[in-house]
Design a protein around this ligand. Structure first.
Ligand SMILES: Cc1ncc(COP(=O)(O)O)c(C=O)c1O
Length: 322
């Protein structure tokens, strides 16, 4: 791993915004000489961190995407690309053991994927008047982006329970259930448990089946952060490690980690995509004449189904399909 030396950093800091253009050659050689002189994640044996080397094929995908620069918001502008997104998401949902109700999105990273799922989860589980009493549970080994997402959503520290781990550095489910019961008794509104499939520190996998049972018993949304660990789903040998991930209401799966894609390529998957639509679908006036027809998808409006509201979600997601 190479860290730029003081002289190189100083040179970059001292650069002034140029008044005159420069030749492309000189800019590119400066980039190659100084700026790309960094930790070389692209080495085929770079497995030091969670982000893995990207496959050369994924570079081609990135180059094509950048060159054609598709606008994925409407079917009218990017029908084939949107169709590919739908089909790829469908395939990932199948790997996760989800049924046809499932769906999801490509987003720009595991952190934003966690935020995307958790905001929709709260909308599905609580009325807005209950938001101040909502409580979320995660292990002390959960990735920091989960807490960040909850804070961005407006939860206070008091609404976030960091549950201790067992000797395997996985969430202690006994303490988890006790905490939920205590909060319920005190009139709070437990609404969410975040499990991790592949913790960043140790690769621990929280006991997904037990957590799914707890969520079902107490009517909480079950989210799995599988940013890198979810890729185990495509391994015949190890997919059993993620048994019952199909019971998660939502999950995060980063392709820019163990699926060897370039940044930024993450996905957020929902067991029932109506909860994604319920929170994120929108109806801007200037796009109405581009409304999607059957089978098409406008990613701004998510899909043609009318968004469902809390009152339409009679049953808790955990009551169905488990
Ligand atoms: C378990 C877990 N969740 C979420 C993230 C955040 O992903 P990203 O860096 O793509 O935002 C990471 C990153 O290492 C992670 O290991």
């Amino acid at each position: 791993m190479t860290v730029a030396d003081d002289a190189a950093i100083q040179k970059l800091r001292n650069m002034v915004f140029p008044q005159q253009g420069r030749s492309l050659d000189s800019v590119v050689s400066e980039m190659l000489g100084t700026v790309t002189n960094q930790a070389f994640l692209q080495h085929p044996r770079f497995f030091a961190f969670v982000p893995s080397p990207a496959s050369p094929l994924s570079w081609v995908g990135d180059v094509l995407t950048d060159a054609y620069n598709p606008h994925g918001g409407t079917w009218m502008e990017s029908s084939a690309a949107s169709c590919l997104e739908q089909e790829t998401i469908k395939w990932l949902c199948q790997q996760a053991g989800y049924s046809k109700t499932a769906g999801g999105l490509f987003v720009s990273g595991g952190s934003i994927a966690n935020l995307t799922a958790l905001a929709a989860a709260r909308h599905a589980m609580l009325a807005e008047t209950e938001y101040n009493d909502g409580v979320a549970y995660l292990s002390e080994q959960a990735h920091f982006s989960v807490i960040k997402a909850l804070r961005i959503m407006g939860l206070t520290q008091e609404q976030i329970r960091k549950i201790p781990c067992d000797v395997h550095l996985c969430i202690d489910t006994l303490q988890l259930e006790q905490a939920i019961l205590k909060d319920q008794k005190e009139g709070k509104k437990p609404f969410l448990v975040v499990a991790t499939a592949g913790t960043t520190n140790t690769g621990g996998i929280d006991p997904l089946s037990q957590i799914a049972d707890i969520c079902q018993r107490h009517r909480l949304w079950f989210h799995v952060d599988g940013a890198y660990g979810a890729s185990v789903l495509v391994s015949k040998k190890y997919r059993h490690l993620l048994k019952d991930i199909s019971r998660a209401d939502s999950q995060v799966w980063d392709a820019h980690k163990w699926l060897f894609q370039t940044y930024a390529c993450s996905t957020v998957l929902f067991r029932d995509r109506k909860y994604l639509a319920a929170f994120y679908s929108s109806d801007p006036e200037y796009l109405r004449d581009a409304a999607a027809e059957n089978g098409e998808i406008n990613y701004w409006e998510w899909e043609t189904n009318p968004a469902c509201t809390l009152s339409e979600i009679v049953a808790h997601p955990a009551d169905t399909g488990n």
